[in-house]
Every structure is written in structure tokens, then in C-alpha cells.
Ligand binder design. Structure first.
Ligand code: SF4
Length: 457
């Protein structure tokens, strides 16, 4: 039975929207956060620290299968060196990736612990740990393991591990665990959905409305900046595929059109731009993941540039999208390694569809229906990245995700919303069940699908 005190969503919107380097929230940001946490815990263990001579990190599951193409070893090394995702520069990660460059030593309280290319190694893909993306961190000394801890990257940059301290969150002002309970809270409070999520964020984190809005401005700015940079950039993306960027040329073609395809082409080019920046390892925002990071910026640019939605409403629509993402995270999953791409691009598309509906002043029911339609038509979508890189099919999937989001908004807003038979809660339950039934070969392991039926890299 639902227990509000135990189950209410206490995730901060800024846990969902995290700024950091691409290309993957579960394989780059999560591992970097985990190794930073390991570094801090090791520093606190004076006994172990004094005898530590080396560090070993073993990657299991999807991290082992596709970690190389996703930049996981460099992310782990960056965390061990004390870099946090929001502060690290892409060039610093690039240096760690260069096989010819010497690695700096890990400096802990004045002690120097060497790091080598063997510090991070790839372990079994199939294992019995509760999450696919599993990392075992070990402090080694005197030929023995002095201390070890197992951590999990559970999608969207979130990590979990035994003994993890609670982030010290308070109860939300309006507790909800499902779209049904969220709609009930909107109804009884008389608040708009974005206002309700803002009030909850204040209650959960203790931040003021001004502080939250300032942080949202920053998220919006980083998202828009990723589109602008991606529309300027040309050339080949890093990695073995040799994939050329497409956003810039598509954008210029869109600018030359004067009829209805222009809007679709623009949305496509915006999504490609951010997804290409992500693939290049540049700074983007998880929304809800990095693999799917192009969908929301494209929706926001579309609202601002093509739909005359004012900037404040664009910013506040991020609160609405966050509500959808948090429901997906709490009731299903936003990790490709857990439920396939339906949990990444599908959820991002649902978030964007809800934002389109809210920004056009539709009711909470239409907002929920738009999210439901967008996610419903991503059900069953697998994760099969070619060569383990977040490029094919990921980049174009972002473009498809925002176009489907726009169409879901049209279907929800122009149709008879009262005749909608499937709810967002039902489609989330379906996504989770479908993800559980999906073979692990289709969950970010590059062991099936496009990854094995296309080009050899
Ligand atoms: S296929 Fe989808 S879930 Fe898999 S890495 Fe690409 S964007 Fe992420």
C-alpha cells in the first residue's frame, strides 16, 4: 500500500539535470561520481590510506561491455584525481584518454598513489550484482586488498552503494509517487504543475525560489549553448566509426526552407547538435541521461525560436519535464542498461512532450497524456550502440525523440483528451516489465541489434 512518508519522491530536479562531459551519464558521469566518492571515503580511512600502494577498479556488466566506447576508464581516472563532472574540462578528460600521455598520480593528503592504464580493467559482462553497471573499487597494499567497495551506476548519473549517506533531503510539501497522485495534488492545491514542483524543490533541498530559478537558468543556458556549439561544429566525431557531424548542414538546409518541413528540420538539427556535442565528450546536461541529452534542448530551442514561448516559460517548463523524469526514475528506470533505450530516449521524449503541452497552457491532463503518448511509442526500443559508442543509433534517436514529442503533444492537445485509455502510470509499468523481459544483449552491451549487424569498426 502507498505510504506517503516512506515513498514520496525526494529527488531534487538538479539530481536529474546534471551538467557534465559526454558521452554517457551511466558510463561517464556516474562512474566519475563513484570514483570521486571512493577517493573521499579512502581519504577518511587513515589506516588503509597509509598502506595503500595502488588502486584497482573492475568494471562489470554493461560498463565492461561498452565502457571503452563510452569513455568509462577516463571518467574513473578523472574521479580518482578529484575531478567532479560539473567542474572537469573536456580537455582534461582528453588528456587522460591519450594512451601516449603519462597519467598523473593520485594525491591523497600528501601521499602519492600511482595510476596506470591497468588501474581500470574490464571484468565479466554477466554477473549476479543487482545492477548491470557495477564497479568494484579496491585499495591495494602489501600484495593484499586493504579495502574494497562495490558501487552501482543506476542511470542518469545517479549512483548507489552500501552505506551511502542520504543527501539530507526533507519531505516534499506535496508528496506524490505516480501521475495519478501528482494530478490529485495539483487539483487539491490549486497550483500549476511547475509551481508545485518548484515548491517541492524548496521543501526538499531548503533552497529559495530565487536560488532554484538561478540554477534553472544555468541549466537552460548550458542546454542552449550545447545546441549553438553543435550547430557551428563540423568534422568527424571521435571514435572508431568515423561518423561525420550532420547538425550544421541540416540547420542551414532548414534555414533555406519556407514551408512546413522547416519546423521539423529545425527541431532535428537542434537535437543532432547537442547529441553530437555529447558524442564529442563536450559539456551537456543529463535530461534524463546523456545518451538522450539532445531531446530537451531541441524542444526548448523550438519553443523559444519557433513557437514564441517566452524565456521564463521555457525555463519553468524544465520543472514540468523534471516531474515526468522523476516519475520514470522512481517507478521504472532511466537507464539503458536496465530497460533499454525506451528508458532514455523514450523518457526524454515524454519529458519534452509534457513541456510542449505545458508551455502552450494546456491542462495537467493534456500534459500527462502528451507524456504518455510519447513514451508509449518508444516501448520496446532496445539499446544497441554500434562499437560501444554513443553515436549510432543514439544521435539520430535524439532527433526522432523530439519529433515524436512534438507529435505526441499535437495528438494530446488536438485530439479528444477525455477518450485517452492508457495512463502515464500504466505505460511506465509497461516499460519496466518490457525492460525486465528484454535480453541483456539489448541493454547497452553492444552484443546484438545494430551493434552486430552493421559495420565493423
Ligand atoms: S541506444 Fe539509446 S540507451 Fe543506448 S546508449 Fe544510445 S541513447 Fe543510450
Amino acid at each position: 500500500m502507498y505510504n506517503a512518508a516512506m515513498d514520496a519522491i525526494q529527488t531534487s530536479i538538479f539530481d536529474l539535470y546534471q551538467i557534465g562531459p559526454g558521452p554517457s551519464s551511466s558510463h561517464t558521469i556516474g562512474p566519475m561520481c563513484a570514483s570521486l566518492a571512493f577517493r573521499e571515503m579512502l581519504a577518511d580511512r587513515t589506516e588503509g590510506l597509509a598502506r595503500t600502494e595502488a588502486i584497482e577498479v573492475v568494471l562489470l556488466g554493461s560498463l565492461s561491455a561498452t565502457g571503452k566506447g563510452h569513455g568509462t576508464p577516463e571518467a574513473i581516472l578523472a574521479g580518482l584525481l578529484g575531478y567532479a563532472p560539473a567542474e572537469v574540462q573536456p580537455e582534461q578528460i582528453e588528456q587522460l584518454r591519450d594512451p601516449k600521455a603519462d597519467l598523473p598520480a593520485m594525491n591523497l593528503a600528501g601521499r602519492s598513489i600511482p595510476l596506470t592504464r591497468e588501474t581500470v580493467r574490464f571484468g565479466e559482462i554477466l554477473h549476479d550484482h543487482p545492477y548491470s553497471n557495477t564497479m568494484i573499487f579496491r585499495a591495494l597494499g602489501g600484495g593484499a586488498v586493504l579495502w574494497e567497495i562495490t558501487m552501482y551506476s543506476v542511470g542518469g548519473g545517479f549512483i548507489e552503494y552500501p552505506g551511502q549517506e542520504s543527501p539530507g533531503r526533507n519531505a516534499p510539501e506535496f508528496d506524490y509517487t505516480s501521475m495519478a497522485t501528482l494530478e490529485a495534488q495539483i487539483e487539491s492545491s490549486g497550483l500549476d504543475l511547475a509551481e508545485l514542483i518548484l515548491r517541492n524543490e524548496q521543501a526538499i533541498t531548503g533552497a529559495t525560489a530565487n536560488e532554484i530559478e538561478t540554477h534553472l537558468e544555468k541549466i537552460l543556458a548550458v542546454m542552449c549553448d550545447s545546441v549553438s556549439r553543435g550547430l557551428e561544429a563540423e568534422g568527424v566525431l571521435p571514435g572508431p566509426i568515423g561518423l561525420h557531424r550532420k547538425a550544421r548542414s541540416l540547420y542551414h538546409r532548414a534555414m533555406s526552407k519556407r514551408n512546413s518541413p522547416q519546423r521539423m528540420l529545425m527541431l532535428n538539427s537542434y537535437a543532432l547538435a547537442t547529441a553530437e556535442e555529447n558524442a564529442a565528450g563536450h559539456i551537456v546536461v543529463t535530461a534524463p541521461t546523456l545518451g538522450a541529452c539532445g531531446v530537451l534542448p531541441a524542444a526548448l530551442m523550438g519553443m523559444r525560436e519557433m513557437m514564441q514561448i517566452d524565456p521564463q516559460q521555457c525555463r519553468d517548463s524544465l520543472l514540468v519535464g523534471a516531474a515526468i523524469g522523476m516519475l520514470a526514475k522512481h517507478n521504472a528506470s532511466i537507464a539503458g542498461a536496465e530497460v533499454g533505450c525506451q528508458g532514455e530516449i523514450g523518457v526524454a521524449s515524454a519529458m519534452a512532450a509534457s513541456m510542449f503541452a505545458w508551455a502552450h497552457d494546456y491542462s495537467p491532463r493534456v500534459v500527462a497524456n502528451a507524456a504518455e503518448i510519447a513514451l508509449e511509442h518508444h516501448l520496446g526500443m532496445t539499446c544497441d550502440p554500434v562499437a560501444g559508442c554513443v553515436q549510432i543509433p543514439c544521435i539520430e534517436r535524439n532527433a526522432m525523440g523530439v519529433v515524436k514529442a512534438y507529435n505526441a503533444f499535437l495528438l494530446a492537445s488536438e485530439g479528444d483528451w477525455s477518450s485517452q485509455k492508457i495512463t502515464f502510470d500504466q505505460v511506465l509499468a509497461t516499460m519496466l516489465a518490457t525492460g525486465r523481459d528484454m535480453s541483456s544483449r539489448y541493454k547497452e552491451t553492444s552484443a546484438a541489434g545494430l551493434a552486430v549487424n552493421t559495420i565493423e569498426c
